[in-house]
Design a protein around this ligand. Structure first.
Ligand code: CTP
Length: 400
């Protein structure tokens, strides 16, 4: 599922190559992508709306307004939804419109509103393709941040043979996979240890003290690194979640278990990311039998301090090892995060605040990343998978 949670918006214009796009939709869906489709009116002469909507599991958009419900297909929202927009096949008409800022249909309007990369796969007959105006439009698009998936040579629907064929769906698909999972990333073969989830500190055989962490943030980072070819070891506290990929997972219960596992794995690691919500204290004595209620009496626990795992790992880290911590703060957030960054001798700290939409047990998050040189970035509120992607990309810039 190399495109899990990726939003790919396909634009289809009128051209015979449109008949190949259902295959591309199928490939993208099989890799877990969410696929939105906008067709021009002419595109639907070459491929059916039904085929596309069945394969994409979404309504195909053609107009500014839904003819059944009257609802507005908001081009700005579509443009913001997309992580990548691919116009395939793209005829000379649509290219000309983009170059000249003409927004007379939903497709060109959305292209103009998109914040994500827009790729264009031209397709037309060979003489049209060679036409100076078309070539000038292609050059203009290429030098204005549009990626051109250059047409290829071969037999054309007209019976002629030459340059003008849309790249095959497989080729377009492979480039999309490479874009989201670059093979030249430095994460390839890097050994990364990630801790995630809560720890549970037992009181007696049936009771424990824990926290609300689900481990989703750490698991999402582990999954993204796995997709990029890193060799990932995940130390995971008690949670119902687990990674979707065959990542090496070490299940632990307590902070002391986590500490032992970290010490064991640390020497082989290039990078350590401590996303776990580790309990700072544990009950000093764990009762062997279930503690009985003592009517009329309060109950007290004596707490022993747990080791600060990440601090201890930093003290014994090798010169080339990099250690990244998290900080969960409710007040003076940045000041406290910077204190932790320095005190725990981290290379980078990722700060989050618990709220209904961020932090523990939430599907979304918003973080500030600060490195030891004082560089800083702040993300928007995004799914934890997208935050993981941003974290991994920024660490790539900062670490390598
Ligand atoms: N951490 C750790 N061992 C602990 C406690 C925390 O390794 N016993 C790590 C966490 O995994 C995280 C970082 O330290 O990467 C900061 O954790 P946080 O809970 O925000 O801070 P604490 O150091 O526990 O300080 P406080 O609870 O006072 O904010």
């Amino acid at each position: 599922m190399r495109l899990r949670n990726r939003h790919i918006l396909l634009g289809i214009t009128g051209g015979i190559a449109a008949y190949k796009i259902p295959l591309l939709v199928r490939f993208l869906k099989l890799e877990g992508a969410q696929v939105g489709i906008i067709c021009t009116e002419n595109a639907l002469q070459f491929v059916t709306e039904k085929t596309l909507s069945v394969l994409s599991e979404k309504q195909v958009l053609t107009d500014f307004f839904d003819t059944d419900t009257g609802e507005w297909n908001h081009h700005v929202n579509l443009g913001l939804w997309a992580d990548l927009m691919v116009i395939a096949p793209c005829g000379s008409n649509t290219m000309g419109k983009i170059v000249h800022g003409m927004c007379d249909n939903l497709l060109t309007t959305t292209i103009m509103s998109a914040r994500c990369p827009v790729w264009i796969a031209p397709a037309m007959d060979l003489d049209m393709y060679q036409e100076t105006s078309v070539q000038e439009n292609i050059s203009w698009l290429a030098s204005n941040n549009y990626k051109i998936l250059e047409a290829t040579e071969g037999p054309l629907a007209s019976g002629l043979s030459g340059k003008g064929r849309m790249q095959e769906p497989e080729e377009i698909f492979n480039q999309i996979i490479e874009y989201f999972n670059p093979s030249d990333t430095q994460w390839h073969k890097k050994k990364v240890l990630i801790t995630a989830g809560p720890t549970h500190e037992p009181i007696d055989p049936v009771r424990f003290v824990g926290n609300r962490s689900t481990g989703l943030m750490g698991i999402s980072i582990a999954e993204r690194l796995w997709e990029l070819g890193a060799e990932v070891e995940l130390i995971l506290g008690p949670t119902h979640l687990e990674p979707t990929y065959p990542i090496s997972v070490h299940r632990i219960e307590t902070a002391l278990d986590m500490f032992e596992k970290c010490k064991e794995l640390q020497p082989k690691m290039d990078i350590i990311i401590m996303a776990a919500a580790v309990a700072d204290y544990r009950p000093e004595n764990v009762a062997i039998e279930k503690i009985k209620k003592q009517e009329g009496k309060d109950f007290e626990i004596k707490w022993a301090e747990n080791p600060d795992i990440v601090k201890s790992l930093s003290e014994r880290k090798t010169k080339s090892q990099r250690i990244i911590g998290f900080a969960l703060e409710t007040n003076n957030s940045k000041e406290n995060a910077i204190k932790k960054l320095n005190n725990k001798k981290l290379d980078c700290i990722i700060l989050n605040n618990p709220s209904s939409k961020t932090g523990f047990a939430s599907e979304t998050n918003q973080v500030i990343m600060i490195n030891k040189n004082g560089d800083e970035i702040e993300t928007n509120l995004e799914s934890k998978q997208e935050i993981a992607n941003i974290i991994v990309n920024k660490l790539h810039d900062w670490i390598f």
